[in-house]
Design a protein around this ligand. Structure first.
Ligand SMILES: [Fe+2]
Length: 397
């Protein structure tokens, strides 16, 4: 059934189907006089009902109702030990039992008792001695209402299920689109493989260690994969240049931060106006702009210092640099992990927020697991201390 499936018809059920459905109903009869149970049962059997649960012991009645979950309860009021009103009241306090329609059987004309029974949710009364026709009609009416109520509940459950399926599909599609966009940028670069995935996962781990709630950490994890999306806008002659970049080319290369920010905030006004501003793209834009800022203010594009750098950017900086150091690139080999750790420690207070570096080492095992699980193939570490070829900054990414 699709999400826009036709809702159940509650007014035009085929009478044959309805009668068949009613005969399947499970009716519970609670009366301290076994003979009364016998009579009521006989009248209902005559009307085609087949399934009964009965008890003449009021003390076990509630437990039995809870265990059997009947479609209808016929409840005597005047019973020893526990009277019908007490059972009815207990049912109304139970989420599971409060939907079960209850008909009160009473020989009393006590108006106050009837009022109380109605207050506790009784749907109808039947005077004793019971008239068979009246009994059959009142039971039928109560059960018809219950059948419709069940159909609506089923429909509601189906809708909830469909909505959760569609939501999961949307989340999955969104993640795919984000990864495709990130990979598109990455494919233009010499960086290959799982770089963006690793940077995302490292960032998520760091965000969680820094005490962020799961929603925020997950946003950062997904958004960080787009940190270098602005490289789409860098000319091939610079992006793919094998040799050393000139000062001017480095400046152009550095524009990938602003380009990325522009891509990710494009038509932002329109998105806000339509109420569809994506929190992930918002965080991604922040990361794109700030992941090359440095703690001491020597980074780019704005030379921000310390806490002026958005925390998302400070997190992505550590993730990105660790990944650049620990991966093989066209212009350099991969550092071994110990050397990467030394670089991060040495970069505290200058390049990196020390708290983020601290978080990195608190979660070092988790980070190394991502490094191993998502390593690029072939995984060849050809230099413990790789030469930084032709003065090309290893960390320029
Ligand atoms: Fe970058």
């Amino acid at each position: 059934m699709g999400i826009y499936a036709t809702p159940p018809t509650t007014t035009a059920t085929n009478p044959m189907d309805l009668n068949f459905e009613l005969t399947k109903s499970r009716i519970m009869i609670v009366d301290d006089e076994p003979v009364n149970i016998k009579v009521v049962k006989k009248y209902l059997r005559d009307a085609g009902y087949q399934h009964f649960i009965t008890t003449s012991d009021s003390q076990i009645a509630l437990g039995k109702i809870r265990h059997e979950i009947p479609d209808l309860v016929l409840l005597d009021v005047m019973m020893p030990h526990v009277n019908g009103l007490e059972i009815l009241e207990a049912m109304r306090w139970s989420e599971q039992l409060q939907c079960i329609p209850t008909l009160i059987l009473t020989a009393s004309s006590d108006a106050e008792m009837k009022l109380k029974a109605l207050e506790h949710g009784a749907v109808d009364f039947l005077a004793k001695p019971v008239d068979p026709s009246e009994l059959q009609l009142r039971v039928r009416n109560a059960l018809i209402a219950k059948v419709h109520q069940n159909k609506l509940a089923d429909y509601s459950r189906q809708l909830e299920h469909e909505v959760s399926l569609r939501t999961a599909e949307l989340v999955s599609s969104r993640e795919e689109v984000i990864r495709c966009l990130a990979t598109a940028a990455e494919c233009r670069d010499k960086e290959t493989g799982n770089h963006v995935i690793r940077v995302g996962l490292y960032s998520g781990i760091l965000a969680r260690e820094l005490g962020m709630d799961e929603y925020t950490a997950s946003l950062i994890e997904q958004a960080a994969v787009l940190h270098d999306v602005g490289k789409i806008g860098i000319p091939d002659s610079i992006l793919l240049k094998p040799g050393r970049l000139t000062a001017e080319e480095i400046n152009i290369m550095r524009q990938h931060c602003e380009i990325g920010h522009r891509i990710l905030t494009m038509k932002d006004d329109e998105r806000i106006a339509s109420g569809m501003r994506s929190p992930i793209l918002k965080v991604a834009a922040t990361i794109a702009m700030s992941h090359h800022e440095k703690w001491d203010g020597s980074g780019y594009p704005h030379g921000l210092t310390r806490e002026h750098i958005p925390i998302e950017g400070r997190i992505a900086a550590v993730a990105d640099v660790f990944d650049a150091l620990s991966s093989t690139r066209a212009y350099k080999g991969a550092y071994d992990l110990e050397q990467c750790f030394i670089e991060l420690i040495e970069g505290q207070e200058t390049h990196f927020d020390p708290l983020v570096v601290h978080a990195f080492f608190n979660r070092r095992n988790e980070i190394v697991k991502v490094y191993e699980d998502y390593s690029d193939e072939p995984k060849t570490s050809f230099a413990s201390h790789p030469a930084r070829i032709d003065n090309q900054p290893v960390l320029v990414s």
